[in-house]
Write a protein that binds this ligand. Structure first.
Ligand code: HAM
Length: 429
């Protein structure tokens, strides 16, 4: 019987690692440049954290969670998203007493039982940021700026930013009422899936993938028309702050999208998404927004929050379109070649000494002719072959061969200092 990776999961092979490394490094570098500090939370949490945080009626909670009972009888769920767990950690560790806003970021695997397709997986990775304790639109725009700079530093081009305001818990019921009334008038034009959705979550009709619903959504009541006066002012400020970023990012041509609602119940006020321009299908690279009621819903003190998460698999797909994955080589500097038993023992010692001083060294498979061992060194793209034979041991020397086209070689002393001197590497210790 042959095993495959479970459906919707993927192995990340060595040649693909440079793209992943680039993304992880850029994420940390950009987040830290904005004062965000890294947090890691467990891969699973109490199931009720997500039910309460993400919302009972959302697709994620209704049909996408990996929920299981452990041997102690507790109901646990593999984390489908990172915001609720970070809020849980904020409350648990008393971060309310830290200087505000508390800025945190994470790069972690997430799990959702979704139908796999290009860019959609059951285990995927997110880079996310969350800022707590500040209600001002400056912080919303800060996280948008952070996301934009992150994608730009990755070298992704042709991105489009969409924003919307869905208001707060006072505006929302008025908008929902208007939506229900509007859709009630057009119920017979709705496909069955959306007629069912109308009762549970009318907002989701706005970003429905059904063609009939899309036409109706265009003319549906807009959340921005139901904002209180204060929230209207806040929204205008947000857009003005976004405009001011254009002097640094002239390409940031954002659009207000009245159909942008996001899939979780915790959002309030500003929501946003970034995707490649003209993209179709599973294309959103990064999405987020403000969630001022979430901390309280999870049992904490009322604490505003705002943030986003980006999907790493989708970033890799897009990076690969721009720069195809190329064999990254192994980074091995020296391949040690032993000819004969006594040489094998000496080579183990000298390879250990080189590694202990920071030189990437691999011992070629023993007991083969020199030609094969040099071919092995070539296959690793090693820079040098260090060849030790029986006679050389007696004379206390070795041959250092440069593995380039010329293949120049020289005789050196058989000890680690001579090798280090010959390859020009300063000893780390
Ligand atoms: P989300 O929109 O569900 O938001 O996910 C954010 C990003 O994760 C998506 O834009 C996408 O790139 C990636 N993603 C989501 N599901 C999948 C999947 N099945 N396969 C591959 N990639 C996927 C959140 O998760 C919120 N917690 C974001 C947030 C943070 N809001 C505020 N703070």
């Amino acid at each position: 019987m042959a095993f495959n990776a479970p459906r919707g999961t993927a192995d990340i092979l060595p040649d693909e690692q440079p793209h992943w490394e680039l993304i992880r490094r850029t994420a940390a570098s950009v987040a830290e440049r904005f004062g965000y500090r890294r947090i890691d939370t467990p891969a699973f949490e109490d199931t009720s954290l997500f039910k309460r945080g993400v919302g009972e009626e959302t697709d994620v909670v209704q049909k996408e969670m990996y929920t299981f009972e452990d041997l102690g009888g507790d109901s646990l769920t593999l984390r489908p998203e990172g915001t609720a767990p970070v809020c849980r950690a904020y409350i648990e560790h008393g971060m309310a007493s830290w200087p505000k806003p508390v800025r945190l970021y994470y790069v972690e695997p997430m799990f959702r039982y979704e139908r796999p397709q290009a860019g959609r997986f059951r285990q995927f990775h997110q880079f996310g940021v969350e800022a707590f304790g500040d209600t001002s639109p400056q912080v919303d725009v800060e996280v948008i700026e952070l996301g934009w700079l992150f994608l730009r530093e990755l070298g992704l081009k042709g991105l489009s930013l969409r924003v919307n305001s869905i208001g707060d818990s006072i505006d929302r019921p008025r908008h929902l009422q208007a939506l229900r009334a509007y859709y009630a008038q057009h119920a017979d034009e709705l496909p069955k899936v959306d007629r069912d959705r109308l009762q549970r979550s009318p907002l989701r009709l706005l970003d429905s993938k059904e063609p009939e619903s899309q036409a109706l959504a265009e003319r549906a009541p807009r959340s921005v028309d139901y904002l209180s006066d204060a929230n209207r002012v806040r929204w205008d400020q947000t857009l003005r702050l976004l405009d001011s970023l254009k002097s640094v990012y002239p390409e940031m041509d954002y659009a207000v999208d009245h159909r942008l609602v996001r899939g979780f119940d915790y959002y309030t006020h500003t929501v946003f998404e970034i995707e490649p321009s003209g993209a179709q299908g599973q294309s959103t690279l990064l999405g987020g927004g403000r969630y001022d009621g979430l901390m309280e819903a999870l049992g904490g003190q009322p604490t505003p929050g705002t943030g986003f998460a980006a999907g790493l698999e989708r970033l890799v797909l897009n990076l690969r379109k721009q720069t195809p994955a190329e064999s990254s080589g192994t980074g091995v500097q020296v391949v040690a070649v032993a000819l004969g038993d006594a040489a094998s023992q000496k080579v183990v010692e000298i390879a250990a000494a080189l590694r202990a001083r920071g030189v990437a060294t691999v011992i070629a498979p023993s007991g083969r002719p020199m030609r094969d061992q040099l071919r092995f060194a070539n296959s690793l793209s090693a820079k040098y072959a260090l060849i030790v034979g029986q006679k050389e041991i007696e004379r206390g020397v070795a041959t250092l061969k440069l593995m380039d086209a010329e293949g120049g070689q020289s005789e050196i002393g058989l000890d680690v200092h001579a090798v280090l001197a010959a390859i020009g590497q300063r000893a780390a210790h």
